[in-house]
Design a protein around this ligand. Structure first.
Ligand code: BGC
Length: 721
């Protein structure tokens, strides 16, 4: 269908049909549409007629290929102009084969792994009848109280941008010639949703435009530069106006300045939420504000279907706004090939073959291996010796709650538990497993766990947060482990056995009471379908941990937000060990987080030689090279992530103490070493000035290299004017 035909189709549509294209409904509206092939909506309470349902443009989430085909067929029979439905879903970290949560994938520092996980998710989703995923979430996150940090890749704008690109490439198949199963990606939540005040979901976001552009916007923009088809609005306000009604954000920035001409969808119910936000008196005002701001699809609230027609007929809303929105949706349908093939890849037979295939499970397994972060390993507590008697205890010992929030069609029972994983590696007879509740623990459970610990050589404590303790609306003001779990750690450590803690959780935690008690700590996040198997292999050294944190772990919740790329202030702390009054610091805790961005240990022992620079200055078109030799002085092969940071000593605006600019992975056999080089160019030194221009300033810079954002060597150079 060419542009003229598409335009002709638009002209044939009644205003009512156009408006219905702009509505997205959940599958509940189509329930019962199976055998008789009839759509049986509408859902009570929303006040939508069956007629509207039959004209609707898109549906959110489906239960698989058969349902997708049935609903599409019924829809096509009823839709006067044969405009197919487009199906969208939250395919966030896998469809049925569940990968580690995005924050965990972030810790792999592996873009190919991220791309591959998205590509597999896309393949599974496509054969199950999904056309668009509401992913990736590119919100920058600094506040671990916010439950949705598990959906992001962390606190660094550059790394988040790289991941956003990788996920989009994976979903959409960009740059991969023979990738038959593509789905469209939708970057979210535009904009700055990750900065909700107090880490409380849906709460106010307010920051300067400068801050937004410097830190929060780059990852959305990167996704769009990669060709991401859709954008979703955020629930929060931006400069006092909810994103879904924010013309400056959507029309001026997204559409005009960035040139985005794809489909913009509201978040769930966000258009109508302008009423409680206090910027609209009624649904009608919501509809007007959203369409004026450029929202094409209203997800799950009825302001458009109830009022847009009337707004156009009364002349309050220009019909061109509606036409533009409809055209964008029709173009996406055309691009996805839905006019020729309304079922697209939906195929129950392929679904049976592809979902949870060996290949997909192997990829999820590899992703889990690469996402875990070794936080502590004192006295070589890990890896565990194969012949040792192990007590596996704690709430996650036997639990299958390993998929994490937003696990789409993932099935918990299909997850490999830690007990299963450890038994497979260590052998049945050597493992005693005993579990307990996540927040509650009976005296009997405690006694059984302590008994198991007493009779073992080593204790593996499987701790964490139940998945519903994070994710959307899963915010916590106290980010320690539940107190019963801390008590368990204490009781176990009193036994004097070698104790290893494995954490399953969705956010950086305050790890007092764990990190200081256990001999070793492995952060496993929510590792997905193959989680228990991967964690067991890491514990026994069949694989070597290589993950690095992409969010700082705070000393306490009182330090939040704490992030590595912060500004120096006019009174930086001069001596952390002997605090001086009237400097920027706390009286009761250090300024530094408990564990910094970029941190993670390995069973190998990586040593850095002295770094050197090829010159001490650089011109506008020049390039400096930093060289550093990294040696694996340990006795097993491993992977190091060598990180490069830059600091602009004096900018026009203040500049962060360090900013990640590049990283390089070095896979080194025991005893091997490798020279790592980084190119430094003027374009890496640019930033937003107070007038929002993006450019560099001549002057002094520092460049830092090391295994994380804290333990670096620092060199200096000048950027010539
Ligand atoms: C979430 C979005 C999600 C949408 C659809 C909302 O509540 O904020 O991230 O895509 O629901 O499920």
């Amino acid at each position: 269908m060419n542009d003229i035909e598409l335009q002709r189709l638009l002209e044939q549509m009644t205003l009512e049909e156009k408006v219905a294209q702009l509505l997205q409904l959940a599958p509940a509206f189509y329930e019962g549409a199976n055998s008789a092939g009839q759509i049986t909506g509408p859902l009570e309470g929303m006040g939508i007629t069956e007629e509207t349902v039959s004209q609707t443009g898109s549906v959110l989430g489906l239960g698989g290929a058969e349902e997708a085909i049935t609903i599409q067929e019924a829809h096509m029979r009823r839709n006067r102009l044969s405009i197919p439905l487009i199906t969208m879903a939250d395919v966030i970290h896998g469809y049925r084969t569940i990968f580690p949560v995005p924050l965990a994938i972030g810790c792999s520092w592996d873009m190919e792994l991220a791309r591959r996980s998205a590509s597999i998710a896309a393949k599974e989703a496509a054969v199950a009848g999904i056309h668009v995923t509401f992913s990736p979430m590119a919100d920058l996150t600094r506040d671990p109280r916010w439950g949705r940090v598990m959906e992001s890749t962390g606190e660094d704008p550059w790394l988040n941008s790289e991941y956003a690109r990788a996920f989009v490439r994976g979903y959409q198949g960009t740059g991969v010639a023979d990738e038959p199963y593509k789905i469209a990606a939708c970057i979210k939540h535009f904009a700055a949703y990750g900065a909700a005040e107090g880490g409380r979901d849906y709460n106010t976001v307010d920051m300067s435009e400068w801050m937004r552009r410097e830190y929060y916007m780059p990852s959305y923009k990167a996704a769009l530069d990669e060709g991401c088809e859709m954008v979703m609005t955020a629930f929060n306000t931006v400069d006092g106006i909810p994103a879904s009604g924010n013309r400056r954000l959507m029309r001026d920035l997204l559409r005009e300045e960035w040139g985005f001409d794809g489909v913009l969808i509201s978040d769930w119910g966000a258009v109508k939420e302008m009423i409680p936000h206090g910027v609209a008196e009624d649904e009608k005002e919501c509809a007007r504000k959203a369409i004026e701001a450029g929202v094409d699809i209203e997800m799950m609230s009825p302001c458009y279907p109830h009022h847009l027609q009337e707004l156009v007929e009364s002349g309050e809303v220009d019909i061109r706004l509606v036409d533009e929105a409809v055209l964008r949706i029709l173009k996406l349908k055309r691009k996805l090939g839905l006019f020729e093939k309304p079922h697209r890849y939906a195929d129950p037979a392929a679904e049976r073959d592809i979902l949870l295939s060996e290949e997909h499970l192997a990829a999820a397994h590899e992703a889990a291996l690469k996402s875990c972060v070794l936080l502590k390993n004192e006295g070589g507590a890990l890896p565990l010796a194969k012949g040792a008697k192990v007590a596996l205890i704690g709430p996650f010992a036997l639990s299958d709650d390993l998929l994490g929030p937003w696990s789409c069609m993932g099935v918990r029972e299909e997850a490999v538990t830690l007990a299963e994983g450890i038994r497979a590696v260590a052998g049945e007879s050597l493992v005693t497993a005993a579990g307990c509740g996540m927040e509650q623990m009976t005296d009997e459970e405690l006694a059984a766990m302590l008994d198991a610990a007493r009779s073992a050589d080593v204790v593996v404590l499987a701790l964490g947060e139940a998945s519903e303790m994070s994710g959307e609306a899963g915010c916590r003001a106290d980010i320690r482990l539940p107190c019963r779990q801390l008590e368990l750690v204490k009781r176990v450590c009193e036994l004097g056995k070698k104790t290893v803690a494995v954490l399953f959780n969705g956010r950086p935690l305050d790890l007092h009471g764990v990190l200081d008690e256990a001999d070793a700590v492995l952060e496993a996040w929510y590792p997905g379908t193959k989680g228990g198997a991967a964690v067991a292999e890491l514990l026994y050294g069949e694989a070597n941990p290589s993950g690095r944190l992409t969010m700082s772990f705070p000393q306490s919740v009182g330090q939040v937000p704490v992030y590595y790329n912060a500004f120096n202030t006019g009174r930086p702390q001069s001596s952390p060990d002997a605090p001086v009054r009237y400097e920027s610091q706390y009286l009761d805790i250090p300024n530094a987080p408990m564990l910094p961005f970029g941190y993670g240990l390995s069973y190998s022992d990586f040593r850095y030689g002295d770094a050197s620079l090829s010159a001490d200055s650089i011109g506008a078109n020049g390039k400096l090279t930093l060289t550093v030799r990294v040696t694996n002085a340990g006795d097993r092969a491993g992977e190091e992530t060598v990180q490069l940071y830059v600091r602009d000593i004096a900018g026009e605006t203040v500049r962060p103490l360090r900013e990640l600019k590049a990283f390089e992975k070095a896979t080194l056999e025991a005893g091997a070493s490798k020279e790592i080089t980084f190119g430094i160019k003027e374009e890496m030194l640019r930033y937003h000035h107070s007038d929002l221009q993006y450019k560099s300033d001549p002057g002094k810079f520092e460049v830092m290299v090391g295994p994380n954002s804290r333990d670096v060597q620092t060199l200096s150079f000048k950027l010539n004017g």
